[in-house]
Design a protein around this ligand. Structure first.
Ligand code: GRF
Length: 204
């Protein structure tokens, strides 16, 4: 990875507030990056509208038109490769990526997850944190490996869980942190400041 502008491909499925946070950081010149492609597996995802509003190539790819998940993921990979993407950012992308996709972008896929991993991986982590009675939760940016939310951790940010929190209020508090943390993690990669030792990431 160079210390020049990093080319990002962003995979989305939903409302796209993390995509928006990345866009805003780039536009405010807080992040030396260019989003060269936004791909969604959901046709009416608000994230696609956000991308288009900022003149980013934003495309819906319909999984139903592919004979297998591998073929669908191959299409995504081909589109990202054609754009010479340096880093694939999952931003609320709700499909598990196939091993072949992960191999094709080894060490170049990151995700943001709304819990302090390894606590509460998978779906509804905020609900899991509340049901478990956690007093602190937060968010994690991590590299993506073939497990679910198991890859090496890049950055984490903690938030308190209040006694009167429900899923919505905790999610909102975590989301505010997400919007800072995700661009921060991308910046560390863009500045080439991360080294992987085993599964531990060391910051230079
Ligand atoms: C975020 O909470 C993110 O951590 C999780 O999915 C949600 C996406 O939200 N992976 P948005 O689409 O970025 O608003």
């Amino acid at each position: 990875m160079t210390t020049g502008k990093i080319k990002l491909g962003v995979l989305v499925s939903g409302r796209g507030t993390n995509l928006q946070a990345i866009i805003d950081c780039i536009e405010q010149e807080h992040l030396l990056a260019e989003i060269v492609l936004v791909l969604s597996n959901v046709q009416n995802a608000l994230a696609l509208e956000r991308g288009k509003k900022h003149s980013l190539e934003s495309i819906f790819v319909d999984a139903k038109t592919f004979s297998s998940k591998e073929n669908f993921d191959q299409e995504l990979a081909d589109r990202l490769k054609a754009k010479e993407v340096d880093l694939v950012c999952l931003a609320g992308y709700m499909k598990i990526l196939s091993d072949s996709f992960i191999a094709a972008f080894a060490g170049k896929i990151i995700n943001i997850h709304p819990s302090l991993l390894p606590a509460f991986p998978g779906l509804h982590p905020q609900r899991q944190a509340l049901e478990h009675g956690a007093k602190i939760s937060g968010c994690t940016v991590h590299f993506v490996d073939t497990g679910v939310d198991t890859g090496p951790i890049i950055l984490q940010s903690a938030v308190p869980v209040n006694d009167d929190d429900d899923e919505a209020s905790l999610s909102t508090r975590i989301l505010e942190k997400e919007h800072e943390l995700y661009p921060d993690a991308i910046r560390l990669i863009q500045e080439n400041r991360l080294t992987l030792k085993g599964r531990k990431i060391i910051r230079k």
